[in-house]
Write a new protein. Structure first.
Length: 409
């Protein structure tokens, strides 16, 4: 009877990843270079220290080999040791000479120890200085990577490290960072292209709808119901336009500002107040405050949007009667500060962070309010971050908020 052959066994799995490139064992890695560098430094320092100690010991032995006494006319005399006066006995003379030799040996050992300590101190200073210089040389590629990363975060994504040198871990890190920057640049370029296309594609139909509604409302012979429906649709269309503008501005302001110009926050705040003054007077809200010059480097249009959003919110979310809004600007401690405070409803401290989320309002979400689309504070925070600053909201005692925008000068 024929036996069924056993199925072939699966081949063993490889213990190495075939996707990884094969690297030579003698690759000049940072680990090998540092090992050779510091091992060589310790070897050189040890050789120098042994040589100095050998020379000092040889000098000490040479000095110690000389007798510390002399025999002159049957008497033992010495400039170092003290011998008893008179003709000493043989035993007393031997004890005195042994004590004199031991004293000279102790002097030689003390002198050797003192000189060795001075030599060790000198070698330590030289070793620390040489180690500091070599560490700076080894870490200089990391400094270049750090400076490039800082420049990329502060300006644009077009910079690259392009590190030269041996194919070690730092070269791999720099090349990986360059590849990441390439991908980020492509992603941000695609995002900017999408925002530009969306800006056109979303604004055009809304503008057409607004024009058609305005033409229909201008017809005096249209029924009253049609006029009412047209005004309702026009208000809805206007709200959609505000939402689109806010979303596009929010998308643009999340990136760093590349082109910067000198902008005075006092002028920006004054322009924002002028745009809101009519609405404030209609609501009976007093706008006040002293605005000192505070010049920053940034985009004037986006900075004006910060001030406009904050002042609009302060006017719209206020008390029915006797309300006020205070807008101040100043430069302090190398920073420009814009503060907008107002009277209004009491805001719990635990709801402050929610105010900066898109489509969030105090005790409301998304819809149900005609005061805005819920993007004002989100846009203000994004613009502040794009300028390297921040915005902080604090509840005001008695009701209202204190909004503080801090930007680097």
């Amino acid at each position: 009877m024929a036996t069924t052959p056993a199925p072939p066994q699966a081949p063993p799995k490889p213990t190495w990843d075939p996707r990884e490139p094969v690297r030579p064992w003698l690759r000049p890695t940072i680990r090998i270079r540092l090992t050779l560098l510091y091992g060589g430094m310790f070897l050189i320092a040890g050789i120098l220290l042994l040589s100095i100690i050998y020379l000092l010991a040889a000098q000490a032995l040479h000095i110690g080999s000389e007798l510390p006494f002399r025999v002159v006319e049957g008497k033992v005399t010495s400039d170092i040791c003290t011998f008893p006066p008179g003709p000493p006995s043989a035993e007393a003379a031997n004890r005195a000479m042994n004590a004199c030799v031991n004293e000279q040996r102790q002097h030689a050992l003390d002198d050797l120890l003192r000189r060795s300590l001075f030599a060790l101190l000198g070698l330590s200073i030289i070793a620390f200085a040489f180690g500091y210089a070599m560490a700076g040389r080894v870490l200089s590629p990391l400094g270049k990577i750090t400076r490039t990363a800082r420049n990329v975060a502060g300006t644009d994504l077009s910079r690259r490290i392009e590190l030269d040198g041996p194919d070690d871990e730092l070269k791999e890190l720099a090349d990986t960072f360059d590849d990441m920057l390439d991908r980020l640049e492509r992603a941000f370029t695609a995002q900017q292209r999408f925002v530009a296309n969306a800006s056109h594609e979303l604004r055009t139909p809304l503008a057409i709808n607004r024009t058609l509604l305005e033409v229909q409302l201008s017809d005096p012979g249209a029924p009253a119901e049609l006029h009412q429906l047209g005004r309702t649709l026009l208000a809805t269309n206007e709200r959609s336009e505000q939402l689109v503008e806010g979303l596009l501005l929010l998308a643009r302001s999340d990136n760093q500002i590349v082109e910067r110009k000198a902008v005075d926050l006092s002028e920006v705040a004054s322009r924002a107040i002028e745009q809101v003054r009519a609405e404030a007077e209609a609501k009976g809200v007093e706008v006040r405050g002293e605005r000192a010059p505070a010049v920053v480097q940034g985009n004037g249009v986006l900075l004006e949007r910060i001030a406009l959003n904050l002042v609009q919110n302060a006017v719209r979310y206020n008390v029915p009667e006797g309300g006020w809004v205070e807008v101040t600007t100043e430069a302090q401690h190398g920073q420009a500060v814009l503060v907008v405070s107002n009277t209004g409803p009491v805001v719990p401290a635990y709801e402050i962070d929610n105010l900066f989320e898109p489509f969030r309002r105090l005790r409301q979400e998304r819809t149900g309010s005609d005061k805005g689309v819920g993007l004002g504070l989100s846009i203000a925070r994004s613009v502040a971050r794009a300028h390297g600053g921040r915005i902080i909201a604090e509840p005001r005692e008695g009701g209202g908020l204190v909004m503080r925008v801090t930007l680097p000068v």
